[in-house]
Write a protein that binds this ligand. Structure first.
Ligand SMILES: *[C@@H]1O[C@H](CO)[C@@H](O)[C@H](O)[C@H]1NC(C)=O
Ligand SMILES: *[C@@H]1O[C@H](CO)[C@@H](O)[C@H](O)[C@H]1NC(C)=O
Length: 634
């Protein structure tokens, strides 16, 4: 028996996160044999069948690193079941000059107004480079009467039809209701006519991932977030032997109805908290974006069926799992959308589609009305074309509810003091931000991605003089496994019963493989994963005592290959609930966008936004027009 040697982890206090740490980066080479068609069907059947699975699962777990890392290793740290932050990170006194702070009780529209004060009054844009319309562009156009929200809504509906009729179809939406959209638009138009818009978001079309409750639509989205988890499975080394990559074409016939069971067991009765806040700001909610179960990972294969297409290359995937939200914003059709980020699911598609994806600190936003993984990992996020709009959306949707079971009580929210970068005092603030980079991790990505991200940092150093600190993030691979176990266990605990009762007969192969595997995790695995969370929190906080942000690429490759590289850099944002933003910094040789991720310490959304705006400004002259682009404003 090889399993008796107990690996022993060094106590966290003795593990260094400095450049010369003894902790080594573990390169995980995932050779992914493709299981599809009949072999995949057999695999699903074997996992679900009592007799074969009793043989297969222990074997899977014994061979895998999960068993070695988590069930048998020795270490001292206690579990941390939910992200808990040291108090020092809630105290912002020492850096107050960088922030505008607003009280918790500030209503959404007032918060948006406060956030606007940090934006430059003149919109700097060069005629010779491409740029998207922003939320402020919509508000300006409505205010000066060049167009009305009703007109925009009508154009929007025409453009959505056009996007569906394209070959291939863009498949942005799962559901949208013409009447409901036009009604909201007319109400907004009336408010502008009276000169009383609710906020800069009034009349601005915003789409919602189908994982967030938004009336009048049913929420059907469970499956896609599962799909992203199954994709993560592909990044777990023990799957070296059993990686399953789904092939849409093989499975459509059998499982096309798969994503339609959730709303049978969970009725949508109310808007999610974030949706209510957007309505208070006057935004027009234009429907539920695509996140179809089988539609994502392998886009180009089946043109008749729901894969949201990447506007920068319609034969490429838009990433997961908030792919529809990312694709629609990248197509210029709307300036902002909401997503949910459980394993990079906002930042990854944003990165692949060349737009900005942001998630706040765990506890900063409410998961009320967001399904299904809202206990300790999944968080609300926004997808926008610009950093400025990420700030506006953040200001609109933030805030926890008294009933949210968060452990670390957030300090009042903050916004960057100013994004007016040409101003000397602002550029000084930006330049003072210390940037941590773990080069070995950072470099574990495709050449074009690595170079693009390094170039962005060089520009930053040249323009603002930022200091880059080399660090080591120990045990990244452990974090990935721990995140996977936690996500799978929470998902099974939350959805397992409904899945067994209703879902199993309707769900697609990805979901079925996922659930079969989650069931195999033991209580030892789960608790050990939480102890890993404790260790990782220690490492990250240690780094954030020396640096203001940590930077990585968003994904290890550009769209589309479905590989582990996609999930490589985002996990800490979820497992530790850290605020993070992804933004485009260039393109590869095929014109596909490259994204940079900026991750901050707890509650430091303002810092993350501030630095992102600086990088965006430096990279904007390179901005490319997507292949598929709609304009409903002019
Ligand atoms: C998530 O939030 C919803 C709405 O607040 C709640 O009904 C549900 O129980 C929560 N947890 C899970 C795991 O879905
Ligand atoms: C990472 O890549 C950059 C740019 O290609 C290179 O200059 C640097 O030496 C590499 N560092 C490591 C640790 O691999």
């Amino acid at each position: 028996m090889g399993g008796t040697s107990h690996f022993e982890y060094t106590p966290v206090e003795e593990v260094s996160t400095s450049e010369n740490s003894e902790a080594k980066y573990r390169y995980v080479i995932v050779k992914a044999p493709v299981l599809a068609g009949i072999p995949l069907r057999c695999f699903v059947w074997m996992l679900e069948n009592g007799i074969t699975s009793s043989f297969l699962k222990p074997r899977l777990l014994r061979d895998n690193l999960i068993t070695r890392f988590f069930s048998t290793a020795k270490y001292k740290e206690p579990p941390m079941y939910i992200a808990q932050y040291p108090e020092e990170f809630a105290k912002l006194d020492h850096v107050e000059s960088r922030f505008i702070q607003v009280p918790h009780s500030t209503p959404p529209a007032e918060r948006v107004k406060a956030a606007l004060t940090s934006l430059p009054s003149v919109k700097l844009h060069r005629q010779d480079s491409f740029r998207y319309w922003t939320i402020r562009d919509y508000a300006d156009a409505y205010r000066n009467g060049s167009v009305t929200p009703t007109k925009v809504a009508q154009r929007f509906l025409i453009a959505v039809k056009e996007s569906d009729e394209r070959n291939p179809s863009m498949n942005f939406f799962i559901n949208y209701d013409e009447k409901d959209i036009l009604r909201q638009a007319e109400e907004s138009t009336a408010r502008y006519q009276k000169g009383e818009p609710l906020s800069v978001l009034d009349g601005v079309p915003v789409a919602v991932k189908d994982e967030i409750d938004c009336l009048p639509y049913p929420t059907t989205g469970l499956n896609q977030s599962l799909f992203s988890m199954v994709r993560m499975l592909c990044s777990v080394p023990w799957c070296l032997t059993f990686v399953v990559i789904l092939s849409v074409s093989d499975f459509l016939g059998d499982f096309a109805g798969g994503s339609k069971w959730l709303h049978q067991v969970r009725k949508t009765k109310d808007d999610a908290a974030c949706i209510k806040r957007l309505r208070e700001c006057g935004a027009i909610l234009v429907g539920k974006t695509n996140m179809h179960e089988l539609g994502m990972g392998t886009t180009s294969i089946n043109p008749h069926y729901g894969a949201p297409r990447n506007p920068y290359g319609p034969d490429r995937m838009s990433g997961g799992s908030s792919g529809g939200s990312a694709a629609i914003v990248a197509s210029g059709l709307i300036p902002a959308a909401l997503g949910v980020d459980g394993g990079g699911s906002v930042r990854m598609p944003a990165g692949l589609c060349g737009i900005v994806g942001m998630k706040a600190t765990f506890g900063r936003t409410s998961n009320s009305g967001v399904i299904p993984l809202n206990w300790t990992i999944g968080m609300l996020g926004s997808l926008t074309a610009t950093v400025e709009d990420a700030l506006i959306m953040y200001a609109a949707v933030l805030g926890h509810l008294p009933g949210d079971r968060i452990v670390s009580i957030p300090p009042p929210p903050t916004f960057p003091v100013s994004l007016d970068l040409p101003k000397v005092e602002v550029s000084k603030l930006v330049g003072e931000l210390k940037i941590a980079r773990y080069s070995e991790w950072f470099n574990d990505s495709d050449e074009s991605v690595k170079d693009g991200c390094h170039r962005a940092l060089e520009l930053l150093e040249q323009a603002y003089g930022n200091k880059i600190i080399e660090v080591t993030v120990p045990e990244i691979e452990e974090m990935r496994l721990a995140h996977f176990i936690t996500m799978g266990s929470e998902c099974y605990a939350s959805m397992g019963a409904d899945y067994e009762n209703v879902g199993i007969g309707l769900a697609g192969a990805d979901v079925r493989v996922g659930f079969a595997i989650y069931k195999a995790f033991s209580n030892m695995d789960f608790v050990a994963a939480q102890r890993m969370r404790y260790r990782q929190m220690h490492f990250f906080m240690d780094i954030f005592r020396r640096a203001d942000v940590i930077v990585t690429p968003v994904t290890g490759c550009t769209a589309p290959p479905v590989t582990t590289k996609l999930m490589r850099f985002q996990i800490a944002g979820n497992f530790l609930g850290l605020p993070a933003i992804s933004l485009p910094v260039g393109y590869d040789q095929y014109g596909m966008p490259i994204g940079l991720q900026i991750m901050g310490p707890p509650w430091a959304e303002a810092t993350v936004l501030q630095l992102a705006a600086a990088v965006e400004g430096l990279c904007s002259p390179m901005k490319k027009r997507p292949e598929v682009l709609f304009d409903i404003l002019t």
